[in-house]
Design a protein around this ligand. Structure first.
Ligand code: ZN
Ligand code: ZN
Length: 235
């Protein structure tokens, strides 16, 4: 029986070999990224990050914005290999890539929020919940790694999104105003809020406002992709 199982496994991996999430190179089972892409993937330098806006210090936008979340850490820049890999997870039905992104977000949280003990993890919700919730799934895996409960019934999105990508921060803040609703009393809980992409921070800011209004003690955020230098002017 054991031999049949391992033969079956070998057959499956011959038909569907495990590949690098960036370049497609065939990898051993359980690996996500090849050594070459792991060096090249565009990471945000966590030794030089401003945790108030989630950007590297030279691109910090804190003099233009004051966010209501307590801190934000973003793992990758929204460009190149990192962007391509995340978008193939998000739109390309590569659901197992979630493990790689969750692992990276987990390490960034451990490193930047060292010593903060969170009570609950939640994700930025979509307006309509159907199909696969890509941010929610990463958040759920991060919660599992941290050993903290994940709650996907905490925050609800009650307003449909407008197309945001060409909006300024002021327009984005206006677009997301009143967009979220918290479904419980958070009673001084320390909340870890996870999203996939941070552009201006308006969405995270509005979710943090909602969670704080519902009684959260603090809201710390983490995203897979963060803003790049290019979008600085829009902030
Ligand atoms: Zn590769
Ligand atoms: Zn900053």
């Amino acid at each position: 029986m054991k031999n049949v199982k391992s033969l079956f496994k070998t057959l499956i991996s011959a038909i569907y070999p495990n590949k690098c999430i960036c370049c497609g190179e065939i990898l051993d089972e359980g690996a996500y990224i090849c050594d070459n892409c792991s060096v090249k993937i565009e990471r945000i330098n966590l030794d030089d990050i401003c945790l108030d806006c989630g950007r590297e210090n030279e691109n910090c936008v804190c003099k233009y914005n004051i966010f209501r979340f307590n801190a934000l850490v973003c793992v990758f820049k929204n460009i190149g290999l990192a962007r391509r890999a995340y978008y193939s997870y998000k739109f390309g039905k590569k659901q197992h890539y979630a493990n790689y992104f969750a692992e990276e977000v987990y390490h960034a949280i451990k490193r930047c929020y060292d010593g903060t003990r969170f009570d609950i993890v939640c994700a930025v919700p979509a307006y309509q919940r159907f199909g696969y919730d890509h941010s929610g799934y990463v958040a759920e895996l991060v919660a599992e790694k941290l050993g903290i409960p994940f709650n996907d019934k905490l925050l609800f999105c009650i307003k449909k999104s407008k197309k945001q990508h060409k909006s300024t921060i002021k327009e984005r803040l206006h677009n997301v105003d009143g967009k979220y609703f918290a479904n419980c009393c958070l009673d001084n809980k320390k909340v870890l809020l996870i999203d996939d992409i941070k552009t201006t921070g308006a969405t995270l800011d509005e979710c943090a406002k909602t969670l704080l209004f519902a009684g959260a003690d603090c809201v710390y955020c983490a995203t897979v992709l963060g803003a790049t230098e290019k979008s600085k002017n829009k902030n």
